[in-house]
Structures are given as structure tokens and as C-alpha cells.
Design a binder for this molecule. Structure first.
Ligand SMILES: [Fe+2]
Length: 203
């Protein structure tokens, strides 16, 4: 295991990102305005502060990404946070963990944060309900309590425990674009499968 200063995420300075930068170059002109007709096997989500373009199990990109890992990748995709969107509410995900890769991130005016569910106050009046989710699958939302979180500017990829509270903020005048890979196994189990040189580092 890594000697990790962060409780619920691990920085992966040497995770190879060239493939993800290349597919961003290929798709960046249509990502923001894309519709279902632009892709096969995708799921789209838009709201006032974020757009998600998620490649599903049969998409060629998901197949390429799957080959990078020894654990199952059910889907992956671009997460585009709008300029000056501020704090995206602290929440937990349905997926157990994810790998977030910075594609185009202002590392001085945006950040990721992570805390423990047991330390945070659940905001029961603000449950998330995306169109694909029924009530039993809602993500939990929490009050924004920065004093309880650890922060990272997403300069490098991270594996994050998405069953713990996490979120992000963008105060930059530019889009904050990441590529996020889903896993179906728990954070610790996924991390154990990663090559040691992805997270051995001089940080
Ligand atoms: Fe999340």
C-alpha cells in the first residue's frame, strides 16, 4: 500500500494520461454541445454547473480503458465543470470508487475535496435525483463544511473513495475538465491492483 497522507484518496503522479489527452483533443469541439446523436453507448447529464459525457460498457473508449486495469470498468467519461460554478455540493456516489484524471484544470482556482461520511452532516433536504435514478438509488448530499475536508488541486490523477463525502469547486474563468473512470469494487481493493509505480512519487 501507498504511504498516503490523504485518508480517502490517493494521488497517482505517474498514472499514464496520454490516451485521455488524445481523446479529449479528438472530442473537445463537440463535448459541450453533444447530444445522444453524436455518440453511441453514452449517457449524458447536464445541469447548471456540470456536463457529464459517460461512455458505457460497449463503447470503444471504455474497452480501451478496461484493458488498462485488472478490475472491471463499467463506464468512464468526461466531467466538465462550468467556469465560476463555485462549489459542487459534497456528496457520495453510487459507484464505490473512481479514478479522476485532470484534462484541463486551473490548479490555482479550482480544487477537489474529500472527507469522511461519519464526520459530515447529511443534508436530507437536498438529495440528488438524476433522471436515471429511482428514489432508492439517490446519492446523498452533505452540508459544505470545509473544516472537515482534505483538499487537492487535481494536479495529478487520483483514485478516490466515492463512498466517502467528496466534491469540488471551480472559481476559474475556464472549464474544469476531468476524465473519470468508474470501478465496481471498493477503493482499497482497486488500489491494491494498481502498479506500484503509478503512486510511488516524490511529492
Ligand atoms: Fe462524485
Amino acid at each position: 500500500m501507498t504511504n498516503n497522507a490523504y485518508k480517502n484518496f490517493t494521488i497517482l503522479p505517474k498514472f499514464p494520461i496520454d490516451y485521455f489527452l488524445n481523446i479529449y483533443d479528438k472530442y473537445k469541439d463537440i463535448l459541450l454541445n453533444s447530444t445522444y446523436e453524436d455518440f453511441n453507448d453514452v449517457m449524458l447529464h447536464d445541469d447548471a454547473s456540470i456536463k457529464l459525457v459517460i461512455f458505457l460498457k460497449n463503447h470503444e473508449i471504455t474497452n480501451v480503458v478496461q484493458d488498462m486495469f485488472d478490475v472491471e470498468v463499467p463506464c468512464c467519461g468526461f466531467m466538465i465543470n462550468f467556469p465560476r460554478a463555485g462549489v459542487w455540493h459534497p456528496h457520495t456516489d453510487r459507484r464505490p470508487c473512481g479514478l479522476n484524471i485532470p484534462i484541463d484544470v486551473d490548479t490555482t482556482s479550482s480544487h477537489f475535496f474529500s472527507g469522511d461520511v461519519s464526520d459530515a452532516i447529511e443534508n436530507k433536504n437536498a438529495l440528488d435525483l438524476s433522471p436515471q435514478q429511482d428514489a432508492s438509488r439517490r446519492n446523498k448530499k452533505f452540508l459544505y463544511e470545509p473544516e472537515k475536508y482534505q483538499f487537492y488541486n487535481s494536479r495529478h490523477p487520483i483514485l478516490l473513495n466515492t463512498k466517502q463525502v467528496h466534491g469540488f469547486a471551480n472559481y476559474a474563468d475556464t472549464y474544469r475538465t476531468l476524465f473519470s473512470i468508474d470501478f465496481i469494487e471498493p477503493y482499497g481493493d482497486v488500489l491494491e491492483t494498481f502498479p506500484k509505480d503509478w503512486y510511488d512519487n516524490d511529492l
